[in-house]
Write a protein that binds this ligand. Structure first.
Ligand SMILES: [Zn+2]
Length: 286
């Protein structure tokens, strides 16, 4: 699933291509579950609401993409597993997984792409329309925790000390911290030599400061490398991310730990696989 750096990469791609553009036509061939329209729009359909609107800004909150349109309307997109935007030529045949097709009004300065598609073969992604005034009360946004790149070490330490739960599931919980997923949580814990089962409140302040630093360092590096492409992720121009070369534990089960040479193991913690070094990241109680 795309995490903070991958979503940020998509947001930057959308800013480069559709910011300031006006939607001319929208075609929807998505199942009803992929699209949510606020009751505030009455019976108006998704496409009809967006047509004629101009893209005013594109932002990210956690793993969510927020596209502000004119008339105080926000198109809120969550990519989930395989959702992605891409920019084919207008004449490229439609794929059955091209769920929403956006045509933009061509601009005089030509050379621009005026055609954007949202493709999602597993169909867990969501495109939602809300008015700005009601957006932040919606489940999925209302409960989001702080942004890891906008959190100071002191705030992060206080957050961890305020609860007593295993650090790995906490880092994945979007209400605790918004934007991390399995890849960056595993990598940050390994870089900080913290076992994924350690209780947040039991980790020393020094270690938590180190973890905070590693989370920010790895997220920033991954954004510069345009994300991690271990599944199907690519930016909107189709370019894969390059952070997978920097992964030390995620997906590296059986490979030697770069610190000590011990084999990286994978273990289910909570409901998710965790990758870690059993020597550097000592289990709680040892
Ligand atoms: Zn190790």
């Amino acid at each position: 699933m795309p995490e903070l750096p991958e979503v940020e990469t998509v947001v930057k791609g959308l800013r480069r291509t559709v910011l300031g553009k006006t939607v001319r036509k929208v075609r929807v061939q998505a199942p009803p579950t992929s699209i949510v329209v606020s009751p505030s729009f009455g019976n108006r359909r998704f496409g009809r609401i967006i047509e004629g609107k101009t893209v005013l800004s594109v932002d990210r909150r956690g793993k969510n993409i927020l596209i502000s349109l004119s008339d105080e309307i926000v198109l809120w997109v969550h990519l989930k597993m395989t959702g992605h935007f891409f920019l084919p030529s207008r004449t490229q045949p439609l794929d059955k997984h091209d769920l929403v097709i956006f045509d933009f009004v061509p601009q005089a300065t030509s050379g621009d792409r005026h055609h954007l598609r949202f493709n999602d073969y597993r169909r867990f992604g969501r495109l939602r329309l809300f008015y700005e005034s009601e957006l932040w009360q919606q489940e999925g946004l209302a409960e989001l925790g702080p942004e890891p790149l906008e959190t100071t070490p002191e705030q992060f330490i206080a957050l961890c000390k305020s609860t007593r739960r295993m650090i790995k599931p906490a880092l994945l919980d979007q209400a605790f911290l918004a934007g991390l997923g399995n890849i960056y949580a595993d990598e940050s814990l390994h870089a900080s030599r913290i076992h994924p089962k350690r209780l947040t409140s039991s980790i020393s302040t020094r270690k938590l400061a180190e973890l905070h630093g590693n989370i920010q360092r790895l997220l920033k590096l991954a954004i510069r490398k345009m994300g991690t492409s271990v599944d199907s992720f690519s930016g909107i121009n189709g370019q894969p991310g390059r952070f997978q070369k920097y992964l030390k534990v995620y997906g590296n089960e059986g490979d030697p730990c770069e610190f000590c040479g011990t084999k990286i193991i994978r273990e289910k913690i909570g409901s998710r696989s965790s990758h870690f070094c059993p020597r550097c990241q000592r289990a709680p109680g040892y």
